[in-house]
Design a protein around this ligand. Structure first.
Ligand SMILES: *[C@@H]1O[C@H](CO)[C@@H](O)[C@H](O)[C@H]1NC(C)=O
Ligand SMILES: *[C@@H]1O[C@H](CO)[C@@H](O)[C@H](O)[C@H]1NC(C)=O
Length: 576
């Protein structure tokens, strides 16, 4: 949600849950492929065949792994005691160990399992695996996680599809911050259980989120700034109707370019969509202490914000906001933009504080309410969002973006409160909105998304087509059309065609990469999915968005790796 103002048109934040639902992937864990194979028509038969396939892989791994146990001492005794009676002894020790365990005497349980392991003949791999696994359970109770990991590893060498050992090692690794191993183990457990165990799935989801957060933090700290696409920037600025900078740019008459320096050059570059020139030109104005220094600061900060350079954006905004001698309109504009940046940085309290300060400085500025409404919507405060949009529209009834977002918020509210009558009314209001603002692509796309939600697919598609007519360069609409195809006809190839077209038009369309990646996960094309997520990640505007993308990527990587280890073919999938 780089620009909360463009939630609708870029489709990111609204579509997060929506994409997952449409594509059928259970939330963060991009396990669509497996999930479908399990829950599809084939049902339990499919599950069995998956288990069989993994069995093949498992036993071959078991056969090749040579286990060496320390201090077993069984070889010398082998001639005296038959292996059968040794196994009996070992099982007896295990039973004693289990009793200790149940009574909470974990040290004693460990001693008994030690004996069980010592007595157990090497060829009884399944029993031996159980003893290790049980000892790991006792170590777990004593919070000795290194030992838990070691014992689970022993158990898994003996029995690679030992789900309990996988789950236990995953937990221990999670607690010791070895998240990559934890993820691989829990993924293997999910696959072996055919994605039927809710607890394992929830654990997987949690580990993916943790690991995604770690990766996103690292990546954000090291990332290079990226200029978003021209369309994205235009959409961002079009969400302000009282922006003192862009409004004055619109009024500037053309001047010979060679004469332009500083802020004048920045304005001209803005007009010509030469966005790369803007930051240097503003810097020249600021450093020379020019007449338009403060406007230059706000414009530069806005571009820092759009490029993901949050530190410098905050610095410039602060300079303007803290100087009370500066024109209120300019400070309010800076406050609104900083508020949306705080939202990106997951500091909603600071964000709302800035909005409130902006509302005090300029209570009749509809941008304040419109953008605060967006933030409230992201915070799931639908009622507050509704009030904000109402205020924005009453201050400026002819601003199409605020108007249609009011409709959308009213829809969300009616939906949430199961008010069918209100829903009908909102649908009528949407129809009026697209009539009133026939040149506004956002009106068409938001209405279309709501129609999708209502399963009125044909009508939805007609509005997406209208959006493309008025704004042919809006790549996100093609992604939406692709998603619509999935919902409507289930035609994956057509969906992919649309999304591919979006990416051809805009190679910085994060929404497209993410959606296509999610579809490819579902089709079992995990490697291609990873490539797509890798393209989306640097384009993420916020750490939260990025950690979500890392979760998707990590899930795909883990599944590919586990599938390879278990010898499960992945490329046979034909899609949903
Ligand atoms: C730009 O021009 C319009 C009309 O031409 C005017 O209403 C508006 O106030 C001007 N804006 C600025 C910032 O000068
Ligand atoms: C529909 O629009 C009218 C006029 O703007 C408004 O008064 C009404 O509250 C809207 N209906 C809903 C359900 O939001």
């Amino acid at each position: 949600m780089a620009a909360p103002s463009s939630v609708g048109s870029t489709g990111t934040s609204w579509s997060k849950w929506h994409v997952a639902l449409i594509v059928g992937a259970p939330v963060a864990f991009g396990i669509g492929y497996w999930y479908l194979r399990q829950s599809g028509n084939a049902g339990s038969k499919e599950k069995r065949s998956l288990a069989d396939r993994s069995k093949g892989g498992a036993s071959s791994i078991a056969a090749t792994s040579q286990i060496s146990l320390d201090g077993t001492g069984t070889e010398d005794n082998a001639e005296i005691q038959s292996s059968e009676s040794l196994l009996k002894k070992a099982l007896g020790c295990k039973t004693v160990g289990n009793e200790h365990f149940k009574a909470g005497r974990y040290e004693d349980a460990i001693k008994s399992y030690n004996q069980a392991i010592e007595f157990c003949p090497k060829e009884n791999t399944m029993d031996l695996a159980t003893f290790y696994q049980n000892r790991a359970a006792a170590y777990e109770q004593l919070k000795m996680y290194k030992e838990v990991q070691e014992d689970c590893s022993h158990a898994l060498e003996l029995n690679p599809k030992y789900v309990k050992a996988l789950q236990r090692r995953a937990k221990a690794c999670e607690l010791t911050q070895d998240l990559p191993q934890s993820l691989e183990d829990i993924t293997a457990a999910c696959i072996l259980e055919g994605f039927q165990n809710q607890n394992t799935l929830l654990t997987a989801d949690r580990i993916l989120k943790e690991l995604g957060k770690v990766h996103a933090k690292e990546a954000m700290a090291n990332r290079k700034t990226i200029m978003p696409s021209k369309h994205f920037i235009k959409t961002y600025f079009s969400s302000f109707i009282e922006d003192p900078i862009t409004n004055s740019i619109k009024n500037e008459s053309d001047v010979a370019e060679a004469d332009l320096r500083g802020f004048a050059q920045a304005q001209n570059a803005f007009k010509k969509l030469n966005f790369e020139e803007i930051v240097p030109a503003c810097t020249e104005e600021i450093e020379s202490d020019g007449d338009n220094k403060f406007k230059a600061l706000v414009l530069r900060a806005t571009f820092y914000l759009l490029m993901g350079d949050h530190v410098n954006a905050l610095k410039d905004f602060e300079t303007v906001i803290s100087d009370e001698s500066i024109d209120a309109k300019l400070r309010v504009n800076a406050l609104i933009k900083r508020a949306s940046l705080y939202m990106q940085l997951e500091q909603p309290d600071k964000s709302i504080e800035d909005f409130n300060q902006a509302a005090r400085l300029d209570p009749s500025n509809s941008d304040v309410y419109h953008h605060r409404g967006q933030v409230h919507l992201l915070m799931e405060k639908v009622k507050e969002a509704m009030d904000d949009f109402k205020a924005a529209v009453s201050l400026n009834p002819n601003f199409p973006i605020a108007y249609v977002q009011k409709c959308y918020t009213d829809y969300r509210y009616a939906f949430q409160s199961h008010d069918m009558e209100k829903m009908q009314e909102v649908m009528k209001n949407f129809t009026l909105a697209v009539k009133k603002f026939p040149e506004c692509s956002e009106c068409y796309t938001l209405f279309a998304q709501v129609l999708c939600d209502q399963q009125e697919y044909e009508k939805a598609d007609s509005y997406f087509r209208k959006a493309i007519e008025v704004e042919p360069e809006n790549a996100a609409v093609y992604v939406h059309r692709g998603l619509l195809q999935l919902q409507w006809t289930g035609d994956v190839n057509k969906a992919i065609e649309f999304i591919t077209q979006a990416l051809k038009m805009d190679d910085r369309c994060e929404f497209g990469y993410e959606t296509l990646g999610t579809i490819e996960v579902q089709r079992g094309n995990l490697k291609h999915a990873v490539d797509l997520f890798d393209k989306a990640i640097p384009l993420a505007k916020t750490e939260l968005e990025m950690s979500h993308l890392f979760s998707l990527r990590n899930a795909a990587v883990a599944q590919a790796s586990v599938a390879e280890k278990m010898g499960i073919p992945l490329t046979s999938a034909t899609g949903p």
